[in-house]
Design a protein around this ligand. Sequence first.
Ligand SMILES: [Zn+2]
Length: 470
Amino acid sequence: MVLRVFNTLTHQKEEFRPLEAPKVTMYVCGPTVYNYIHIGNARSVVAFDTIRRYLEYRGFEVNYVSNFTDVDDKIIKAAQEQQLTCEQIVEKYLRAYYQDIQALNVQPATLNPRATENMPEIITFIEDLIAKGYAYASAGDVYFRARKFANYGQLSKQAVDDLEQGASQRINAADTVKKEDPIDFALWKHAASNEISWDSPWGLGRPGWHIECSVMAIKYLGPTIDIHAGGEDLIFPHHENEIAQSEVHTGQKFARYWLHNGFVTIGSDNEKMSKSLGNFITVHELLQQVDPQVLRLLLAATQYRHPLQYSDASLDDAQTNLQHLQTAAKNLNFRLQDSQTTAFDEGIEQQLTQLTQQFTAHMDDDFNVQNGLSDVYELMRLINRYSQQAQINFDNARHLLDRYAQLLAIFGITLKFDYEVNAQVEELIQQREAARANKNFAQSDRLRQQLRQMGIILEDTPQGTRWHKE
Ligand SMILES: [Zn+2]
């Protein structure tokens, strides 16, 4: 089976072939840490975590790097408003970010580098761009000559002349004086006297936003990375500029596959959720009222390129679905305590294999999670039917549950019962039953006590021993 991904650069679905399979290098643009993240930001994090988990399920080894922008105009402004230092703002929101994404069951990145930890590399990179004739210093700032890079506009599919018109309208008078061309973008910004700054060949200043991602992606993942990902609002100018800087610096292709996630919309007119529109809900707030697994399921259940509609109704749906998913597993898991078992059923195994293949085919089509999840719901129905049989086979039941847990984990959903603990409990119960059969009541009591300490309550019934967690 072939995994195909939509590449923003070529505007088509392409076979995914990493440079050094099974290794995959993946760089995801991370947050500027000056505020709590909202659902739109979390959607991006969850979308690429789901993609990473699926790649790992497919046997790839993902080196996942996601940066923190920890120096930026927005951070400086937040520090002034809250009367804190920039470092305090960064630490505050970085901690909140980790709390939020951990609650959403996002796997930790291989590395979360920060811009401020890479200042010497950023300066060296800019010096190289100047030496190559693609950048110039101007009144303490440094700019990149965008027009000189022949492929400028290729990612966002824009002609340089159209960009020029847009840039001329946006630009303020002070910048016009400093720039050779309105479409040039800043690599280094001269700092005002009281602002946080670093010493550089161009005086005190701080890096522009785009350069930090180029520097960190290349430093930690190499000159050519397999997947570069981020929200679709980053295509221009952020990712367009990253390509220009990086490819001039290394002389090599920067990223092989560009993946961009769609927006989250809110309200009846499906307005884009954003900080600037003020219609956002922070994850921090929402998780005080909502089970994080419900939000995770909601965010993971829409294919990453599609807009995701957020509403109370969609949250309710996710809650209902999650409950059904958990209940199916709980019911079959409970049947594992039956003392009677029936013959192994090959038919069940065939259905399971077929469903798994269908799931993989669906997900291989540019991570089509809607179709992938329908397969998981079908597996859920199979589990429900199986649980209702008069007698079950433990091996069949375990295979169903193992696969179910494995597929749900791709979406970041964790089954509530602990499978490992279950196996241990069953083992101890069997030992106890053997002890009782041998009339070794001291041993039987010790085992009951041991289970009690694990929070397991035993109930001896005519059908055998049943147990539950206290
Ligand atoms: Zn970036």
